[in-house]
Design a protein around this ligand. Structure first.
Ligand code: GLA
Length: 396
């Protein structure tokens, strides 16, 4: 009898172990760089290693950017054993060499594949090769896998992604698992058990309309995000040239308010000072990386003008005023009211029960890098078209 009980207990433990994602990864939203938005299929070891160098040299590593991710088009075929074959012209030294180089810079290495038979760019997908590919990625030294959804035909999303999750776990190397099925099967409802982040929308493009539309689609998803499980409204377009500097500041601010993954998608080796100052705004990044891991909620919605609030650790909060319109707006902001707003905090209010009033806080403008000088608790604020103001309520 004892033996049977032991067998059942061990069996239970084993089944528990064999079916899970890697815990304790992505406790804050992943930060890094991905090749797709700027370079598309034009990837090579020179590009990826150059990006790693630039992350270190330009101060991005110090600011928290960590993952260097090759998106689609690094793979060309499968060999007679079903092994994925790397494009030898573009990656002459193979993928382990690139991974080793990225690791030698103190960074982490990410790669891309697809749950379907082919990737979105028509390269070999992972379908039917999940366990084999997971072992290969582990052998390369991969730390992050983005898994796409093209050519998945009749596959069921949850079971397909769970299969790859289990394959990664079995391969034994901790890998952040990024689901990319574009929000088609409401991944926020089930992907927390499967991966560490999941795309909630179709692809971003480098335009104000695309960016602000994707942002709006996150409005009802805040409750699904938290440490180790993030909504992903797609990668950053900051610095790619088709939005104004002010619009890129808005884009970056909103992504940080959402606790979105921060994957730069620009040419890191040729950045303007404006682009650098946005991607390296550590006070804004700190909102994204806050350990409480809450996604902002919309506190006031006057369509063109919105107020978003993100609860932060230690009873602090971030407030973002957003002017979506094409006209300048002057808004009267009641900071005393905002100090009390509970910003979607689960449980609400201050943890020790003390009321939070404006007297508890100083209010810092995170783009001006200055505390607000307030004569009264309410003040008029000018918002140019397509801009934000981002304030942090810092406990005195
Ligand atoms: C899909 C994804 C993009 C990118 C491309 C690559 O469109 O959503 O982010 O990975 O595939 O082909």
């Amino acid at each position: 009898m004892k033996k049977i009980i032991l067998f059942v207990v061990v069996g239970f433990l084993f089944s528990g172990i064999s079916a899970q994602k890697f815990d304790n990864l992505a406790k804050t939203p992943p930060m890094g760089w991905n090749s797709w938005n700027k370079f598309g299929c034009n990837v090579s070891e020179t590009l990826i290693m150059g990006a790693a160098d630039a992350i270190v040299r330009g101060g991005m590593k110090d600011a928290g950017y960590e993952y260097v991710i090759i998106d689609d088009c690094w793979q060309v075929s499968r060999d007679e054993n079903g092994e994925i074959v790397v494009d030898k012209d573009r990656f002459p030294h193979g993928m382990k060499y690139v991974a080793d180089y990225v690791h030698s810079k103190g960074l982490k290495f990410g790669i891309y594949s697809c749950a379907g038979t082919k990737t979105c760019a028509g390269r070999p997908g992972g379908f039917g090769h999940e366990y084999q590919d997971a072992r290969t990625y582990a052998a390369y030294g991969v730390d992050y896998l983005k898994y796409d959804w093209c050519n998945s035909t009749t596959q069921e999303a949850r079971s397909s992604y769970t299969n790859m999750r289990d394959a990664l776990y079995k391969a034994g190397r901790p890998i952040v698992f990024s689901l990319c099925e574009w929000g088609q099967n409401k991944p926020w409802e089930w992907a927390g058990e499967v991966g560490h982040l999941w795309r909630t929308t179709g692809d971003i493009s480098d335009s104000w309309n695309s960016m602000i539309t994707l942002f709006s689609q996150q409005k009802d998803l805040a409750r699904y995000a938290g440490p180790g499980r993030w909504n992903d409204p797609d990668m950053l377009e900051v610095g790619n040239g088709r939005m104004t500097t002010e619009e890129y500041k808005t884009h970056f601010s909103l992504w940080c308010m959402l606790a979105a993954p921060l994957l730069a998608g620009n040419d890191l080796q040729n950045m303007t000072p404006e682009t650098k100052s946005i991607l390296l705004n550590k006070e804004i990044i700190a909102l994204d990386q806050d350990t409480l891991g809450r996604q902002a909620t919309c506190y006031r919605d006057n369509t063109d003008y919105q107020i978003w609030i993100k609860a932060l650790a230690d009873n602090e909060k971030a407030v973002c005023l957003l002017n979506k319109s094409d006209e300048k707006k002057t808004v009267l902001v009641d900071f005393a009211l905002l100090a009390q707003a509970n910003s979607g905090r689960r449980g609400g209010g201050s943890r020790n029960g003390a009321p939070l009033t404006i007297d508890n806080f100083r209010v810092r403008d995170l783009w001006d890098h200055k505390d607000l000088v307030m004569k009264e608790a309410s003040m008029y604020i000018d918002l140019l078209p397509h801009t934000v103001k981002v304030f942090r309520f810092i406990k005195k």
